[in-house]
Write a protein that binds this ligand. Structure first.
Ligand SMILES: Nc1ncnc2c1ncn2[C@@H]1O[C@H](COP(=O)(O)OP(=O)(O)OP(=O)(O)O)[C@@H](O)[C@H]1O
Length: 234
């Protein structure tokens, strides 16, 4: 277990582990994430990235250890966590009979966003979804669906943005816009926790990288250092 701790961390994980039955999905890990910074989790399929993200946003509880957000124990139903933590998951969950715009409206209503229509128009344009605002999810491409998931996280307030392989299904242009978006989020003071299989994305966006293997931290440091130690070429 390695620790990267800071007194100013917005998100603070201490000794967090997760066991599913006999399977140790995540060994005890410490991790701190400050406002305006990004940590990338990197590792093969099944290395524990999504497990860590689910614990960080309260969608799963750790078997040992504690996850704290702004000093409070993280649980998904905590109003503070719901109000300040936005999540882009690894699967697409949509209402088949709601349009793209209606999905975003739902999110803005749930989070009492002011001037919601203007926000939605902006995010639709930024995600190149303006031409699909009235489309149902079933008629979208997989990349457009992924863009809708991102858009839903961006039309609501957030201090922590948690993303599970957000580059999935995006074409190179959309991936470049994703990287620019995450850099802008950091500049706005948002803390970004990201699981990715894409070294380039981590190099562009992350300040810190944690490499996992079989639920254990195997390398930790700047993305360039970690990728070099892992022998990964971007
Ligand atoms: N709900 C669950 N029940 C049982 N085992 C699980 C559960 N969720 C995850 N696991 C196991 O925990 C381990 C870590 O899974 P996890 O999804 O965190 O990996 P990952 O690094 O996100 O993988 P990928 O890159 O494929 O998304 C895997 O062996 C997985 O099979």
């Amino acid at each position: 277990m390695k620790a990267r701790t800071s007194v100013n961390a917005l998100l603070q994980l201490r000794g967090v582990s997760r066991r599913y039955g006999d399977r140790q999905a995540l060994r005890p890990i410490d991790l701190d994430l400050a406002a305006g910074s990004c940590t990338a989790l990197f590792g093969h399929n099944g290395s524990g990235k999504s497990t860590l993200l689910r614990i960080a946003c309260g969608r799963d509880a750790p078997t040992t250890g504690t996850a704290r957000f702004a000093g409070r124990k993280v649980t998904e139903d905590d109003p503070e966590v719901r109000a300040r933590v936005a999540v882009v998951g690894d699967s697409v969950a949509c209402y088949p009979d709601l349009t793209v715009r209606e999905h975003l409206e739902l999110v803005t209503v749930a989070h009492a966003v002011d001037d919601a229509q203007a926000w939605i128009d902006q995010v639709l344009a930024d995600r190149r979804l303006a031409g699909h605002a009235h489309a149902l999810p079933g008629s979208l491409s997989s990349g457009q669906l992924q863009s809708l998931l991102l858009a839903a996280a961006l039309v609501r307030p957030r201090d922590l943005l948690v993303l599970d392989e957000p580059e999935q299904r995006l074409d190179p242009d959309a991936r470049a816009r994703l990287a620019a978006l995450l850099v802008a989020e950091k500049a706005d003071g948002v803390a970004v926790l990201l699981a990715t299989h894409q070294a380039e994305l981590a190099l562009e966006v992350a300040d810190h990288m944690v490499a996992l293997e079989d639920g254990e931290v195997v390398e930790e440091g700047s993305p360039a250092e970690v990728l070099e130690k892992l022998g990964v070429r971007s």
